[in-house]
Design a protein around this ligand. Structure first.
Ligand code: CA
Length: 229
């Protein structure tokens, strides 16, 4: 068998045998589950743990996030950042990010997280203007889907060669293969997936984790020259 359908039973087995959540992450998940929208927007615990694992693997110090919501993914990553590490996260939703800030404080990592409460493209462009190009080790894109391509292009500038961009919801509940679904969100995700599958600037891996997660690693820039060196 080349791929596996996760039954409810098997999924709980996976959680029971691998996932350990920090108490504040547990609290966010519990509180999000009472609200349909925040519970859909929150990443799954096994994904949060995977992303924290990547942060450790890369010894990442500088992380960029597009889409904060109630702060689950930023907290999962900030918890494993070193003391001098920093995570910048972008969102426009004051209500959700007020909650996020409280959770970060509860977990004692608010000093490592900087929230930019403004349209994310604006925040990303100002980081580019502030010369943060090639600065970040890792970026996580999980926000409004119609801007995914623009977020990806901005993040690709902002991460260093060898750095990784994670893009969430790339399988979009299976809608990417539903020919009848031509909604703006689905179309935007299809366009990004198509772009990434042919993008020579990155090496990608698309994982069927949760709602689909693409990992795009930025290649070293080719040194131009005549080859005499
Ligand atoms: Ca998501």
């Amino acid at each position: 068998m080349k791929h596996l359908q996760l039954t409810e039973n098997l999924y709980h087995y996976l959680l029971d045998h691998s996932v350990k959540q920090h108490p504040v992450l547990q609290k966010i998940q519990q509180q999000n589950s009472s609200d349909e929208l925040t519970s859909i927007m929150q990443i799954a615990p096994e994904q949060g743990q995977f992303m924290a694992w990547l942060v450790k693997l890369m010894a990442a110090k500088n992380i960029l996030e597009v889409g904060t919501s109630t702060g689950y993914s930023s907290l999962a990553m900030a918890l494993v950042l070193p003391d001098d590490g920093k995570l910048i996260t972008c969102d426009i939703n004051k209500q959700a990010t007020d909650k996020a800030q409280q959770y970060w404080q509860d977990a004692g990592v608010d000093n490592k997280i900087q929230l930019k409460l403004a349209p994310a493209l604006q925040s990303l462009n100002s980081l580019i203007e502030q010369n943060k190009v090639n600065h970040f080790d890792l970026a996580f894109i999980d926000a409004d889907k119609v801007n995914y391509l623009a977020y990806y292009e901005a993040c690709l500038k902002l991460i260093r060669p060898g750095g990784i961009i994670l893009i969430d919801n790339v399988l979009w509940g299976g809608a990417v293969v539903d020919k009848k679904d031509n909604s703006k969100d689905t179309t935007a995700i299809r366009e990004l997936n198509k772009k990434l599958s042919n993008d020579k600037r990155v090496d990608i891996s698309m994982l069927p984790l949760s709602d689909g997660l693409t990992l795009a690693r930025k290649r070293q820039a080719k040194i131009s020259g005549n080859g005499n060196g």
